[in-house]
Design a protein around this ligand. Structure first.
Ligand SMILES: *Cc1c(COP(=O)(O)O)cnc(C)c1O
Length: 394
């Protein structure tokens, strides 16, 4: 089929909830994707970083193929071997606790919010402090939690009990705490918000404050987990441990999965009948997630991320010297934001696409670049050359 025909089909049958680019991808392997006309692209924003370890990562494919011949889905009223194995893997790589599975980032956050509310219910505590410019999802609870008006408009009444404070401002959190506060929830690095990195000192102060006031610290690691920051989970970069962390995107290697991990101390807050998800943690999806862990450890991608992070940093600093239109470089691991000195950088995004580089643009003037962790130096060079050409035209 031609792109035009597909677009017509969409116009007629698919709800128009997205601003779509004229691009139809049909194939992908690791960092390279191919469109319907056979044109190849470097994918430096692989499906909102769902394919964080690369498209059809070989370890993910292997685990899935093994499982394909066995069984796809098993109800959570029964046991399945892979859910146990994956949970052990997550816990052994994070902190002592337990895991619950859903199917998306929003669902992971929704579960964390429910756990917090249950935890505070006997004392009448239900307020959750979240950050401005945060993004936690599109369900009613998670959009109420999100600190950006644009996602909320038209959906009132929202879920009550969310208080938004500025990011990286410990005094604002202190001031917002009341007798009803039960949790603080934030992304350690805001993604949609424009790659805003929490200060390490702020994170430590938050941790101490939460301990002192018996408030749960919930980290939304939907974007920062699975090696993205150069550590298996983003919180490790900040030297603190959350009470709950939520996962999704990269965890499934391209397949839908969401999860929250809760410290042992709070692992019995939710009891049988309190929460559930029909699809959550099914064997085929868990197999894919186990493949993601394989790729990061056995496959060396966690190491590779750190090597490539230093390389990108060096090359981007060189680029900034040549292209003063770049105002700031924000980088942790392979989570990269370039602030551009224009109001609307969407043209840069479009021109990069024409030249065969897929990136993202958020908050108007932040170029968001999150290549798969398997990206090579040659691919990085090629992408930076494209960026340089596009920026010199801007
Ligand atoms: C993408 C994202 C979500 C929402 O995930 P969905 O799978 O789209 O529901 C939540 N939090 C953060 C930080 C995200 O980046």
């Amino acid at each position: 089929m031609e792109l035009d025909q597909i677009k017509k089909q969409y116009d007629k049958y698919v709800l128009a909830t997205y601003a779509r680019t004229d691009l139809c991808l049909v194939k992908g392997k690791d960092t390279v994707v191919e469109d319907i006309n056979g044109k190849k692209y470097l994918d430096f924003f692989p499906g909102w970083v769902v394919s964080g370890v690369g498209h059809r990562n070989s370890y993910v494919v292997k685990r899935m193929k093994d499982q394909m011949d066995k069984i796809f889905h098993v109800s959570n009223n029964y046991y399945n071997e892979l859910q146990g194995e994956l949970s052990q893997k997550i816990i052994e790589n994070s902190f002592k606790g337990k895991v619950f599975y859903g199917n998306s980032g929003a669902e992971a956050n929704e579960g964390a919010i429910k756990l917090a509310r249950k935890y505070g219910s006997e004392e009448g505590r239900y307020e959750i402090i979240t950050m401005t410019r945060s993004f936690h999802g599109r369900t009613m609870a998670t959009l109420s939690a999100t600190g950006q008006d644009k996602v909320k408009k038209g959906f009132a009444p929202l879920l009550e009990g969310f208080i938004h404070v500025p990011f990286n401002d410990i005094d604002a959190v202190k001031k917002a705490i009341t007798k009803k506060t039960v949790a603080v929830m934030l992304e350690p690095i805001q993604g949609e918000g424009g790659i805003n990195i929490a200060d390490k000192k702020y994170m430590k102060q938050l941790r101490d404050l939460c301990d002192e006031k018996k408030i749960l610290l919930i980290l939304d690691e939907v974007q920062t987990a699975m090696g993205r920051t150069g550590k298996m989970f983003g919180y490790k970069y900040f030297g603190i441990t959350p009470d709950i962390m939520t996962l999704a995107k990269s965890l499934g290697g391209g397949l839908p999965i969401g999860a929250f991990v809760v410290r042992s101390e709070f692992a019995d807050v939710l009891q049988p009948g309190n929460h559930g998800s029909t699809f959550g943690g099914s064997p085929l999806i868990c197999a894919a997630a186990l493949g993601v862990f394989d790729s990061l450890t056995k496959g060396g991608l966690l190491k590779q991320c750190n090597i490539m992070s230093s390389y990108f940093k060096k090359r981007l600093i060189e680029l900034k010297k040549k292209q003063p239109i770049i105002k700031t470089i924000k980088i942790v691991g392979l989570m990269i934001g370039l602030e551009i000195a224009v109001e609307d950088a969407s043209n840069v995004y479009k021109k990069c696409l024409e030249k065969g580089l897929l990136i993202n643009c958020t908050q108007g003037n932040i170029l968001r670049i999150m290549p798969p962790l398997c990206v090579t130096k040659a691919q990085a060079d090629k992408a930076i050359k494209i960026l340089e050409d596009v920026l010199s035209e801007s």
